[in-house]
Design a protein around this ligand. Structure first.
Ligand code: PDD
Length: 284
């Protein structure tokens, strides 16, 4: 089946979808994105992703080319047209096409693109039973990581460094403390306490993070939002990451050293289960 994508008002086969070579997303990475997961053909935490999208757009003085209701309708139509049961929907909005100039153009029409990835078995990922091996690397990204922009080259380089070292992903470190994973938020667990970096310009405010921290507190776990070091992480009982594509995923090794027992931890497994149960119930 050919994938159907959405571009500026049209649903098209992917090989017929086009954007301008003058698009500022291409020339300046002048665009934002969101990734929403689909489980059972329904959208997980759609409202959260839309809220963050609008925040990212506002921070870049960019207008949304569609309303919230239209956005929901487009997501649902792409799920239907591509027959997605489990998978991901990517939404990208750029400032649009304009003659190349660093100054924001006054009259450009934003470009909006959405596409799906079918991922059967996403919720039942084998990795959740094995856990990830993580490499620590220096965080060399720009200073406004709270805006979900399409400039993903350093995270991509980080993922390649991890692969080259025989790892699955990288945790980025700045001033001696972990910021986040290449495309996820990072956590450690000691006893009944979960530690994850506080929000700020240094990390993305994960939509999964918000939900997981709420579920953790409701389950009487203690949550500390503060920086932690690689040494503290190596001495933790458990570690995990969260994102819209991985949900809650255990981390079992950091820089070649086992974390806790070297197997996925019980708090992590419990949080993954609660997250998936609750989010399926609330899916739209
Ligand atoms: N990445 N931090 C970074 C740098 C991210 O890129 C992401 C998401 C997260 C987690 O955010 P959320 O829980 O809202 O997915 C944290 C997406 C999944 C991606 O780029 O594929």
């Amino acid at each position: 089946m050919t994938r159907t994508v959405y571009v500026n008002g049209d649903y098209l086969p992917e090989d017929q979808a086009k954007v301008s070579i003058f698009d500022r997303g291409f020339l300046f990475a002048d665009g934002v994105y969101e990734v929403t997961s689909v489980l059972g053909g329904k959208l997980i935490d759609f409202a959260g992703h839309v809220r963050r999208l609008h925040r990212s757009l506002d921070e870049l003085q960019m207008a949304s080319p569609v309303t919230e209701d239209e956005l929901l309708a487009i997501h649902r139509e792409l799920v239907r047209l591509n027959d997605i049961d489990e998978g991901l929907i990517y939404l990208q909005i750029t400032r649009g096409a304009a003659d190349r100039d660093f100054v924001y153009p006054k009259d450009a029409t934003p470009t909006i693109v959405l596409f799906t990835q079918s991922k059967p078995g996403l919720a039942d990922a084998p990795m959740a039973k094995v856990g990830l091996k993580v490499l620590s690397i220096e965080d060399q990204r720009w200073g406004r990581r709270d805006i979900k922009t399409v400039q993903l080259l350093y995270p991509s380089m980080g993922k390649m460094m991890a692969k080259a070292a025989g790892c699955d992903d990288a945790w980025m470190v700045e001033d001696g403390h972990v910021t986040e994973g290449t495309s996820n938020n990072a956590y450690i667990v000691k006893g009944n306490t979960i530690v994850t970096r506080h929000l700020g310009h240094e990390i993305l405010s994960g939509i999964t993070r918000t939900a997981v921290l709420r579920f953790a507190r409701e389950a009487q776990m203690v949550v500390e939002e503060r920086p932690f070091s690689i040494d503290e992480a190596k001495a933790a009982d458990e570690a995990f990451i969260t994102s819209a594509s991985a949900f809650v995923m255990p981390v079992v090794e950091l820089d070649g050293q086992a974390i806790g027992t070297g197997k996925p931890g019980s708090m992590t497994a419990r949080l993954r289960e609660i997250y998936l149960d609750e989010m399926r119930k609330a899916a739209v």
